[in-house]
Write a protein that binds this ligand. Structure first.
Ligand SMILES: Cc1cc2nc3c(=O)[nH]c(=O)nc-3n(C[C@H](O)[C@H](O)[C@H](O)COP(=O)(O)O)c2cc1C
Length: 201
């Protein structure tokens, strides 16, 4: 049995739902998996206590949130010295096209550039339209700016979920299999520090 941390940043809850499905897959393989919101990280959480880490984050206005950036920057060394994976949630992943594929890649690239973290594995999943959770302006803006570009007309009186759950489960199972097999090469530069040193205090 191995321990997995699934840290996620969410605004309307879809990334949290995906994080929970990943936890369920890992639990199902006999591991101990814990999902933690980066908006509410327990004070005593130590990333280094886990055997492997996944970080998930959703896109709003073309960007990942500030809290997920902060989490990754703060814990980068612990992340890089154990098997790690990143998953991104956006509407652009829901309807593949040349243009939306380019957006998906840009969001990931920018995140890697800003955080300096190069994940061992990367997943990109379709998100949801939660009109029921949006205020008036967000609803109108989403309808105009995103929906028309990627999906076509939508009915703002209902929610839409575009996540491909098989894809999420496969991603979680593939990452678990890599970790189980000890097949993920961690970043040697960072790992060169080796085991934590004993201190004299
Ligand atoms: C205000 C707003 C802006 C968004 N901007 C983008 C965007 O620029 N590109 C994109 O692909 N998806 C965009 N989305 C779609 C979200 O990524 C999608 O709704 C996702 O499921 C949100 O995940 P969360 O509930 O975990 O926050 C936007 C959604 C909202 C509400």
């Amino acid at each position: 049995m191995m321990s997995f941390l699934v840290a996620y940043g969410t605004k309307e809850g879809q990334t949290e739902k995906i994080a929970e499905r990943i936890v369920a897959v890992l639990d199902g393989r006999g591991h101990e998996a814990t999902a933690v919101s980066v908006a509410d990280v327990p004070a005593d959480l130590s990333v280094a206590d886990f055997d492997a880490v996944l970080v998930g984050s959703s896109i709003h206005m073309g960007k990942h949130g500030t809290k997920i950036h902060r989490f990754v920057r703060e814990h980068r060394e612990a992340l890089e010295t154990r098997p790690n994976a990143f998953f991104q949630v956006s509407l652009s992943s829901a309807f593949p096209s040349e243009e939306s594929d380019a957006h998906v890649a840009e969001y990931i690239e920018e995140f890697v550039e800003n955080t300096g973290w190069e994940p061992d594995r990367i997943g990109a999943f379709g998100g949801a339209l939660r009109y029921s959770k949006y205020g008036f302006f967000t609803r109108m803006m989403m309808m105009k700016r995103i929906t028309r570009e990627t999906i076509g007309e939508t009915d703002t009186s209902r929610d839409y979920e575009y996540t491909d759950w098989d894809e999420v489960e496969t991603f979680a199972a593939d990452f678990a299999a890599l970790v189980e097999a000890g097949d993920v090469a961690v970043n040697d530069d960072v790992a060169a520090g080796g085991e934590p040193e004993e201190t004299s205090v």
